[in-house]
Design a protein around this ligand. Sequence first.
Ligand code: GLC
Length: 715
Amino acid sequence: MARMSLDDKIGQMALAQPAEDLADAIRQGSIGGVLNLVDREATNELQRIAREESPHGIPLLLGRDVIHGFHTILPIPLGQAASWNPDLVRAGSRVAAEEASAAGINWTFAPMIDIARDPRWGRIAESPGEDVFLACALTRAMVEGLQGESLSAPGSIAACAKHFAGYGASESGRDYATTHIPDNELHNVYLPPFKAAVDAGVASLMTSFSDLDGIPATAHAGLLRDVLREQWSFKGIVVSDWESIPQLSIHGLTADDRESAIAAANAGVDLEMASDTYARHLAEAVRSGEVSMAVIDDAVARLLKLKFELGLFEDPYGPAIEDAQASRERALQIAHEAALQSMVLLQNNNDLLPLDTNGIDKLAVIGPLADQPYEQMGTWIFDGDPERSVSALDGLRALLGPDSEIVHLPVLETSRSREFVDLEAALEAARTADATLLFLGEESILSGEAHSRADIDLPGAQVELVQRLRAIGKPLVAVILAGRPLTLSNIVDEVDAILYAWHPGCMGGPAIADLLFGVESPSGKLPVTVPRAVGQIPLYYNARNTGKPPLPHTVVDIDDIPVRAPQTSLGMSAFHLDVAHTPLFAFGHGLSYTRFEYSNLEINTPQVAPGGSVQISVDLHNSGQRSAVEVAQLYVRDPVASITRPARELKGFKRVRVEPGQTVRVQFQLHTDDLKFWMRQHGWLLEPGRFQVWVGGNSEADLAGEFELIAGPNG
Ligand code: GLC
């Protein structure tokens, strides 16, 4: 750095898009990194120029969004979250990193770890869902998968935890919108996954487009310096989001690009993505004293440190390309397993599923998403290879073989279509088939960045299609492919079984076939609440109790309200008159092809001191006929605290395979650290008192117990 001029240093703080003059800019030392260039020859040439022709031979960061796979696309992150399987998520991130690094990428803008409680928000698709504990576990897994044992190891790429912070709280689910996050909520809900990423050694963080109480995250020194640097001792780099620095004047924080560059640099943004306010204004700002040289030096030191850690000075071109076929097959196997474990069996009336391959001579496959290998890959699939994607129809054909007759009629050209095509033929197929599978949901474009929806019902004429098929009077299986939880109240009583496949990625088709026909039992559990109606949103399980929680029986049908009903006659609590206060499907819900029973909850001690742990154990019995995996979940409540705490919070989960008739003992270790909460002006607190626990297969678990946290030596 001592050899670098101010301009050289500011050059390192620019992350540029591919452009005509890029090679020259790199040769002049004006670029520190390039994003969205995925061509190994091109990136090798740019690295060569950087190493051999630029003033100091500093190699480039080469960034790309690898959100759920690179060429081999895995289920969307929300779907992977439904597996509740950090080990599998880690493996998925690893194959994504290996494929990306083989293409010359050395840095990715993942994991996205924004807690999301609003399914109208298009980016819920790439989030880990609504729960802090699950999000933290998955965050650690994704960072470890992407970065491996060492950033310089073959196949490792630098990760980037995003979007710091609170982006998922955008008002009304509209992307980029204002957020209102009180300090306690920020520290107890939205920041913990980022702390988990920092503790897991994440190389970088990306600032959010959104603002926090009037201060956009990209200029928020409280976040970027006080929390990230002072409290968390983060040593990695902070990159802005796409042009989020010049957007500061659109927010209304600054008057122009010069002021925006100063605000972002002083707040702690080390690297500017896509825009060039740093290149145009920082040198002058340093000379005028509005930005100190120390700010520049700190940023550049962190950027250089990351490049050394990535081994780019020794080998700027990255690892030799592995045996593509072998790694491709391994990637597809992991994608298949991830798809299998991500899907959630929401409903299975009369145990209609699994279907029997021998009992099906004729299968009706109806709906717009049965044969859409592109759509099933979901959002953020920049480099996804559609050739690797196997649709449900092809998965079914492969599983059932040539002797089964499969009649496929989309009836709706796209998920948004309102005109039926060949409806009569579809109705006839359903009449004469041994089973009818309905493939419904959203095309991939209906979720993802800037793709929020105000109405999250099935789009187009899909509901009418279900009703027409219902009239046939034969059992219906619905498979839903979507980037978010959809409000399914208008079909839930029309179909017998619902398998929620999210956007399941390349191997979604074979996985759907395997689950529908019982090759494997579904094991996925909802990482987000499924609301009955969009008007319930935000609706999430770990809400605070309020002073007047809805009573369990509070189910009001607006049509049943007596005329002139007295003001207080319907119960005075937190509910809507026109929809039940409960979700359609609860966080943590997911069925399998067997029955699980929980009993005999034991806590190894009635009291625990700060720093200790309690062990909570239950019997988990498989009373059905099939082997299956259950995700046993531990929930905790702190019923009395200095700020009111959620009525339930996930504090443990375990995936357990149980054979039919078998009972296994499931044990959870609950450390008192997991009972802490953050309180404004007090920081993290651990308060003595009674704690309630529940264990079960979803967030409505009722097998209960309790223990007491006693005061520690210092109170
Ligand atoms: C986008 C997204 C961010 C992404 C970046 C680069 O606007 O907000 O998540 O990593 O730009 O594509």
